[in-house]
Design a protein around this ligand. Structure first.
Ligand SMILES: *Cc1c(COP(=O)(O)O)cnc(C)c1O
Length: 358
């Protein structure tokens, strides 16, 4: 059976080269006669793997030394709570509400701080991020939180707000898809299972001067400062996931880095959006300048054809096109590791389906 084209939103497809390398090394890693999953996280070999992964990530994103890179667990979702806790108690925090994941981050933050919504996405037909000049910041917020890419509705920020408070960004489904200016952010975090590696690892990049402010009752395992002081080894880290992420970072560097990745991603995304826009059979409800490069939600003109669409596409090896249960319809997640061939095959199928049922 050849590899299917997998459009899953997460855990998502991994580069074939990375899987083959992991397979090759699985039983005998670095000539040790054991797999990477079976060695101490404090062994010289594993520590080297962590260091290499971190330095590769630093090169890819041009992360300055004034930022710590942490390898955490608990998913992006645990950081929804960790963020207010690490910024200290009794704070006011500003949140931009652009969809499902913003909503979740707001819900958790409200347990620990006074959340102010500075801007909220419209709920009419065409989704668009409100222009920055309409945002209402509160007086003395500890930080501004935003979701750089709403994975479910396919709404993405292509600009960074111009504010003097630290920006905290959930980049779970966009980190590494294109270059970003890390220095514009106080904290960047992402669950690994979209663009980075297997589930179980969460990457957090934090400006070092923001460390040391956690509330006193902060559990050690949620405390970024503890993680930074212990090089993310305060307990057993998700070793296999870190190893895999390291392989993904090397793969990205071999491709030519994030500039090259961005142009490939832009080609993939515009091919699908152009096809959808030309068709009367498919539609996407996100304003053009906010359309995600990673997650393309779309609807069929007649939703009674949804089942048929999913059945036929998966029988052709185009997997996981069903939209999130919260909004229905379809969604093609086209992360870094989804090859251009997959996107072309999807467009051919969509076109053929439209001819037969349109
Ligand atoms: C997937 C996702 C999450 C949730 O990640 P977990 O690692 O499962 O907690 C949060 N935010 C965004 C934007 C996501 O895409």
């Amino acid at each position: 059976m050849p590899r299917a084209f997998n459009f899953c939103a997460g855990p998502a497809t991994l580069p074939e080269e990375v899987l083959l390398k992991a397979k090759d090394e699985l039983l005998d890693w670095r000539g040790l006669g054991v797999s990477v999953m079976e060695v101490s996280h404090r062994s010289k070999e594993f520590m080297e793997t962590v260091d290499l992964a971190e330095s590769s990530l630093r090169r890819l994103l041009e992360i300055p030394d004034s930022y710590a890179v942490l390898f955490l667990q608990g998913g992006a979702s645990l950081q929804f709570s960790a963020i207010p806790i690490n910024f200290g108690v009794n704070t006011v925090a500003d949140y931009v509400h652009t969809g499902h994941w913003s909503e979740k981050s707001i819900k958790e933050a409200k347990r620990f701080c006074d959340v102010k919504i500075v801007a909220e996405i419209n709920s009419d037909d065409l989704l668009r991020i409100p222009a920055e000049d309409t945002w209402e910041y509160s007086k003395n917020p500890a930080y501004l939180h935003l979701t750089s890419n709403e994975t479910i509705s396919g709404v993405e920020f292509f600009w960074t707000p111009n504010c003097s408070i630290p920006i905290v960004a959930d980049m779970s489904s966009t980190l590494l898809s294109r270059p970003i200016d890390v220095t514009k952010y106080g904290v960047i975090y992402a669950g690994a299972q979209k663009n980075i590696g297997p589930a179980g690892l969460t990457i957090l990049i934090v400006r070092k001067d923001l460390l040391g402010n956690a509330i006193e009752s902060c559990p050690s395992m949620l405390n970024w400062t503890v993680a930074a002081e212990n090089s993310s080894m305060q307990n057993t880290p998700p070793t296999f996931a870190i190893y895999m992420a390291g392989l993904v970072f090397s793969w990205l560097e071999e491709i030519g880095g994030l500039d090259v990745m961005e142009s490939i991603n832009r080609r993939k995304a515009s091919a699908i959006y152009e096809f959808i826009d030309k068709s009367d059979f498919y539609s996407n409800n996100v304003e053009v300048k906010n359309r995600s490069l990673m997650n393309v939600p779309f609807r069929l003109m007649n939703d009674r054809l949804d089942e048929k669409f999913l059945e036929e596409s998966s029988s052709l090896g185009l997997l996981n096109l069903k939209g999130h249960r919260a909004i229905g319809g379809m969604r093609a997640s086209i992360y870094n590791a989804v090859p251009e061939d997959a996107v072309n095959a999807l467009i051919s199928f969509m076109s053929d389906f439209e001819i037969r049922y349109g």
